[in-house]
Design a protein around this ligand. Structure first.
Ligand SMILES: Cc1cc2nc3c(=O)[nH]c(=O)nc-3n(C[C@H](O)[C@H](O)[C@H](O)COP(=O)(O)OP(=O)(O)OC[C@H]3O[C@@H](n4cnc5c(N)ncnc54)[C@H](O)[C@@H]3O)c2cc1C
Length: 319
């Protein structure tokens, strides 16, 4: 962790909150990959008003938001500034008439189960995406032909100065695994249209998705899902396979044998091992197919050894 005068200034300026602060806090356990360094300041707000007071008083743009950490590599040098994770008071699900509102920290799986229990269709695909509603909005997460953009009506978000905003589906500007919103937002909740469906059909589809996933993806491993977005008219996994990289390993990080667009931490991989592996795959795919793969997994934070991070044996392609 970088200890600077700014760091001490930040510590001194931290508002009194009802939520929880942790300092120099190890973030690796908050991610699926189980890698990464500490947060200088980790803050878990008690509720919305606590978060709003915090943001209004802290007056900082150096803020990172974490969901379930299922699409993220936190680098070994950790994250400067403030890391915020929304806790239990942001995970309610409410059904009112034909609208469902879910808090940003609610797990996709829980919303899918809730909808199934209420015979509401269209949410089945969420059962296989192991993130939160907030992460799903950020990534426009999707599978089996559906994405967040197909089910969201509107969202609530708070900006880093503590002002609350509402965005309609159109205003969010969903794209493939992204959106067009400003980067200084913390998503608070999403409202969806609830449409009744056949309970058996909903449960059967969810079961089918769960079975397909466990047969085709390393869902019990330390992974981050698809490492790279599918390029136009191609599949990232096929390009990686053609480059001969299925199962390719750097230290304890490998490309999965089961689904080679998934990286796996076999136990002792560092964030650097995983990122180097990804960059190596990008380089080899470019050499064999002429296609630049774009990372889908977010990589955030500091390299602990900047001179090594770019890797002497690798050519790094950055878009
Ligand atoms: C086994 C496995 C299978 C997967 N399968 C799929 C799949 O089929 N389809 C798919 O799309 N993805 C898949 N993923 C990737 C991942 O689950 C999704 O991208 C998910 O939406 C990430 O949500 P999260 O809460 O884990 O976000 P995180 O990984 O914690 O964060 C991802 C991004 O979202 C931002 N973010 C999170 N919460 C908020 C918030 N409240 N406000 C603002 N920004 C926020 C973070 O800052 C970060 O930029 C898979 C991952 C795994 C491990």
């Amino acid at each position: 962790m970088t200890i600077t005068t700014e760091y001490y200034k930040m510590l001194n300026s931290l508002p009194t909150v009802q939520g929880e602060y942790k300092f120099n806090y190890n973030l690796s356990n908050l991610t699926w990959f189980k890698v990464g360094g500490p947060a200088q300041v980790f803050y878990k707000p008690k509720n919305l008003s606590d978060l709003q007071i915090f943001l209004k008083q802290i007056n900082s743009s150096n803020i990172t938001v974490l969901g379930a950490g299922s699409n993220i590599i936190i680098r070994d040098g950790g994250i400067d500034g403030i890391v915020i994770k929304l806790g239990q008071s942001f995970n309610d699900i409410e059904l009112e008439g034909d609208k469902i509102t879910a808090g940003a920290s609610c797990l996709n799986f829980n919303l899918a189960k809730f909808c199934a229990a209420s015979s509401i269709k269209g949410f089945e695909f969420l059962v296989g995406i192991p993130g939160t509603i907030g992460g799903g909005i950020a990534m426009n997460a999707g599978s089996y032909g559906f994405e967040f953009k197909d089910i969201i009506q509107e969202i609530l978000a708070i900006d880093f100065t503590g002002n609350i905003h509402k965005f309609t589906n159109k205003g969010i500007g969903f794209g493939y695994r992204n959106n067009n919103l400003p980067k200084n937002l913390i998503f608070l909740s999403a409202t969806f249209i609830a449409e009744k469906g056949d309970s058996d059909a909903i449960n059967n589809l969810m079961q089918e998705i769960i079975s397909k996933r466990s047969a085709t993806q390393p869902i019990k491993e330390r992974t981050g899902g698809s490492s790279f977005a599918n390029p136009k008219d191609a599949k990232a996994w096929e390009l990686i396979d053609k480059a001969g990289l299925r199962g390719y390993r750097i230290n304890d990080a490998s490309l999965s044998n089961l689904h080679c667009n998934f990286m796996i931490n076999h136990g002792n991989a560092s964030a650097k091992d995983l990122e180097d592996l990804g960059e190596f795959a990008r380089q080899k795919v470019y050499e064999t197919s002429g296609i630049h793969l774009e990372w889908e997994i977010k990589r955030i934070g500091n390299h602990s050894h900047p001179e090594l991070a770019s890797g002497p044996r690798l050519t790094i392609f950055r878009s």
